[in-house]
Write a protein that binds this ligand. Sequence first.
Ligand SMILES: Cc1ncc(COP(=O)(O)O)c(C=O)c1O
Length: 298
Amino acid sequence: MPLLTNLNGHIAATAQVSILDRGFLYGDSVYEVIRTFRGRHFGLQEHLARLRQSADYLYMAVPWTDAEIQTEVEKTLAQADWQESYIRVVVTRGTDIAIGLQPSAEIQPNLLIIISAIAPEPVLSETGLHLVIPQRIRNDKKALDPAAKTGNYLNNILALFEAQQMGADDALLLNAQGEITEATTSNLWIVREGVVLTPPVEVGILQGITRRFVLQILQEQNIPYAEQVLVPTDLDNIQEAFLSSSVRLLMPVRQIHKTPLPECPGTITRLAWQALLELMDTHSAKAEATAEIPGGLA
Ligand SMILES: Cc1ncc(COP(=O)(O)O)c(C=O)c1O
């Protein structure tokens, strides 16, 4: 398996954290998933900003600067003997000898980076995904806000299992008010009467970095769109739908429950896909021109 790890600045084929690490014991950690494009990390600054917001939500310290984390990511990528990578940046609250919910005052966070090989070229799926709405609802914003990307993904894992038991590929989760939120690891987009609709942040979703780029593209391309509260009946009579996330980018939806969608991948999905690749190309060219690597941790 082409994989590399970086634990607090030490790069190795694999790394071990203590069984007393709170990330392991409680999911007491935050993380980001980023991808490379043309061999360079894409959207790292946006992801690190969200990592800090997630850490703030957990009252967790992230003692490294963005430049230090970037250096560690780049040092790890430099050792990969493959083209494009999945990058996972994890910060755990740390290892604590005193087992219990209350962390000790001297606890030190751990910074873990995992990279692995992904397909050399992003490809838009022609098959598409089958989605269902499971019984399980998304974590309530007042309990564990989905806007924070924490190491506790049990809500999403259980929704995925339920969707698979229903014969589907992924779940579309409702919130306690019956409003559509997002899929288990991606944001939702539907196209109805030529307008692209996506649930707003207020319903309780992760504010996807890819979602942000898609909104930018829709605006630039003058495609009508709205961030709008959606309920399951809004999924009736839609032309097309897709999901967005950092590694898979855009994933067309083929079917919702028993209803096949008229277009998969749809016209707007294809257009957004093309525009997203162009945007990534432009970003990676600009980043290449300004690249400068400061010192690392180890
Ligand atoms: C629950 C959830 N929603 C949405 C997304 C998409 O976010 P991004 O575009 O930042 O990858 C993810 C990504 O992992 C996710 O886990």
